[in-house]
Write a protein that binds this ligand. Sequence first.
Ligand SMILES: [Zn+2]
Length: 484
Amino acid sequence: MLDTSCIRAAMALSLLLFASVAAAARPAPAASEPTDEQTAAQLRDEALAGENLAWDWVSELTTRFGPRPAGSDNEHRAAEWAAERLKALGFANVHIESFPITAWVRGVESAQIVAPVPQPLVVAALGESPPTPPTGLEGEVVIFPTLADLKAAPAGSLDGKIAFVAARMVRMQDGAGYGAAVEARVDGPAEAAKRGAIAFVLRSVGTDSNRIAHTGTTAYVDGRVPVPAFALAAPDADQIERLAALGGKVRIHLYSSASYVPDAHSQNVIADVPGRVHPEQVVLLGAHLDSWDQGTGAVDDGTGTAIVTAAAKLILDLPQRGPRRTVRVVLFGSEEVAQPVAPFGAFGGHAYADSHKAELAHHVLAAESDFGTDRVYSLELPAAVVKSEFATTAMRVLQPIGVLAAAEPARQSGTDVRPTNEAGVPPFALLQDGTHYFDVHHTADDTLDKVDREQLDQNVAAWAALVWLAADSDVDFRGQEAPH
Ligand SMILES: [Zn+2]
């Protein structure tokens, strides 16, 4: 027979049982054991003191392998080196996952103003741009202030001419000027071709005023980039605009012997700090090993690979104990180049999301470091935890190194992890100061001397602390029942 006292006793018992199950799932730290917050602060301070491998990693990567274009021998060798190094550092599950790509190889290239007065131009062929004929191309330049102006030009109005989009990228701390300017680089060649142009040029998508051109990928349309396409160094773009403003026609000559390697391959390098309690639950930290071909890819994205690897290594080496969840480093290949077939860009990122599809339900977070090496100033967290104890703790650890809570939740983190984020894995973002990033981005000037070691250490500090807090927690960043 059940009476109310029995029910009360049963409820008390079940509460007790619930409490003991909860305690078993998440034991309170012993008196001698540091709290998660203390451990995060310890990781932060170690990184900040320079006790991390980021500088050595990026120095060795950029020195040994130089430029690492997607599908090149340099990129393959860098991936093999990274895998060997990660094994030697003590990471688990270290392996390389290859995938096929079409590689693009820059050839010899040159450009000149031929009329009204001959003079040389500094250019870089855009990635995936086809070569010119062996004797080059010559035509009258038609200037469009923006991509929208080019799109407004009637069909046939550019027959035999060279379209030039002269838009300037705006310097902004968060890099937002890039998104606005880069559309011209991606879509400009096809829009110019549709209207009869024989070639496309644009003012480099960058914020410097040096005679260095910024390359970058452009889009294939129906399996091809329809016309040769080049970026002009900013002062050379200015020169053409001023010449045109003086009246008369400006004619330029363009030459490129670029080529394609259709049966190339690229690869992602994977390494884990295994989770102690939930090894199947993954906090993914990404960066990309490939780079553009003219510099050594120090800030794009050698430093990103250094930051995430160094942060994970600090967690791996914690003397007390490892994280409850797995911390996974993915060094992506082929981030920079588009492919003749969809999807656009991030081929390594798509390869990872495809081949790990079955595991993504257990990935708890995925974020990327791919914005150079200047200091982290803001943290964006998934919407589900913006107003949580997790966020409060994270900010207590990060504010002393100059990181503030972002006003908005994280919507994205980086190109390589976007396919994983789009599969439902929440992003976070440690936003870096991008004021100067686009001075060297995708240029011959992207070299190791641009890396500020103190700021690099501050990045490692922020990543190590935040990733530890996430990986040692049971926090559900999706805002729904956590996978078990
Ligand atoms: Zn990058």
